[in-house]
Design a protein around this ligand. Structure first.
Ligand code: AMP
Length: 422
């Protein structure tokens, strides 16, 4: 029968690759804890309206990329294309806005966008998201970016660039939009999408991927020339704090990021070695979003790391070795029976242990142990068993010793502890 294949643009993450993912997520959890961020685990499906209202109808995501369907009741549902809108939805629905202080969350999981699959771009991809709600202080902008930088550094990533810009507040954006619109109408040669965008949402022309539109935009007015006093001060303070804590940034006056809800600080991290899809992370402030989703006037800021792209630039040596463990090679029915007890006992004691359940030769079991990467093999034959002994083999050195069965636990625990350096 013909094999059924995975959906285009969606990939399987298999061992040993999945071990790298676990490690990255573990480091992320540790860093989030240091900064006081706690986890939200949210559904993959949301009402379509949530994204249409927050991300913006003219963005590529909402206009072209959402996995939207009607369920059996006739409700329009969408597989989440990003996390911020749903974090805010959950925040408001569960009344988390009550009480003082900044509310800090992280979320790790898959996102879905119907984009053209290519290297570094998938239809199901994975993000590590960070969201902080309840303060407009530039110290919080700096904290979120420092957290991101801290995390990327702990993962051993070095060839990264942090691009930053300020998109201003709604008042600055009104002024900018007018200037930009005038510019867009003063030039010819825009793509059909941008011809529409210049009417309805001129800022989105800045995300256009067409070469011609990008060239034309080189002459476009800059947002930073429209920033009000308060936005200038906010941006300057954010930059000052980042410099104080050693984060080098590159100011990128045309960075807007492809979603409507961003205000003030916007940033992106790019990496060399990723080709065209070189953005590893992106984020920014979204001071109007909570209100747009029916909540109070509450500022927020966050970022998303693209985990799939991160994996491609992760240095091999940065990954923690998986524990190699013990393989029990049993020969004969009595030894196999005893083996079941021993292996289960080792696992209870926290040792990684496996055995083979088929009646294979010693040679076959040794090659299996090798393939599984075992550090130790315990060889147990019916004869050894009768004598109350087992042979313990170190797979790295090939040295063997005879150990009384009653002492195996202690010897193995001791040796594993030495190996881990405890
Ligand atoms: P965004 O939500 O568009 O700001 O994206 C944040 C990060 O998610 C990007 O910097 C990418 O690293 C990653 N990302 C976005 N879209 C995709 C995709 N289709 N495939 C893989 N990674 C993606």
């Amino acid at each position: 029968m013909a094999l059924i294949r995975a959906v285009r643009g969606m990939k399987d993450i298999l061992p040993p690759e999945s071990g790298r993912w676990q490690w990255v997520e573990q480091v992320a959890r540790e860093v989030f804890a240091l900064y006081g961020y706690r986890e939200m685990r949210l559904p993959l499906l949301e009402r379509t309206e949530l994204f249409a209202r927050s991300i913006g109808a003219d963005t590529d995501i909402v206009a072209k990329e959402m996995y939207t369907f009607t369920d059996r009741r006739g409700d329009s549902l969408t597989l989440r294309p990003e996390a911020t809108a749903q974090v805010v939805r959950a925040f408001l629905e569960n009344h988390l806005e009550k009480g003082a202080g900044v509310k800090k969350y992280f979320l790790i999981g898959p996102m879905f966008r119907y984009e053209r699959p290519q290297k570094g771009r998938y239809r199901q991809f994975h993000q590590i998201n960070c969201e902080a709600l309840g303060s407009d202080a530039p110290e919080l902008d700096a904290e979120v970016i420092l957290l991101l930088w801290d995390l990327l550094s702990r993962l051993g990533l070095k060839t990264l660039t942090l691009l930053i810009n300020s998109l201003g507040c709604p008042a600055c954006q009104v002024e900018f939009r007018d200037k930009l619109k005038a510019f867009l109408f003063s030039r010819e040669g825009w793509c059909p999408d941008c011809l529409r965008r210049r009417e309805v949402n001129p800022l989105r022309v800045l995300d256009c991927k067409s070469q011609r539109c990008r060239e034309l935009m080189q002459q476009a007015p800059l947002l930073r020339d429209c920033l009000c006093q308060a936005c200038r001060r906010h941006y300057a303070r954010t930059l000052e704090l980042l410099s104080r804590f050693g984060v080098e940034v590159v100011e990128q006056p045309r960075l807007v990021r492809g979603l409507d809800y961003y205000t003030r600080t916007a940033f992106e991290v790019t990496a060399t070695g990723l080709g065209a899809q070189d953005a590893v992370a992106g984020g920014g402030r979204y001071n109007g979003l909570v209100r747009d989703l029916g909540g109070p006037d509450m500022p927020g800021i966050g970022f998303a790391i693209g985990e799939d792209r991160l994996m491609e630039i992760l240095p091999a040596e940065a990954v923690r070795e998986e524990e190699r463990g013990i393989f029990l090679a049993a020969l004969g029915p009595a030894a196999r029976e005893k083996g079941l007890d021993l292996v289960q006992e080792w696992r209870r004691q926290g040792l990684v242990a496996q055995m083979d359940y088929e009646d294979r030769s010693l040679k076959a079991q040794m090659s299996l142990a090798d393939r599984l990467g075992a550090k130790w093999v315990v060889i147990l034959g019916d004869r050894e068993l009768a004598g109350g002994q087992a042979v313990l083999r170190d797979m790295d050195t090939g040295s063997q010793e005879s150990v009384p069965l009653g002492e195996l636990n202690i010897v193995l625990k001791h040796k594993s502890a030495i190996k881990e350096g405890n």
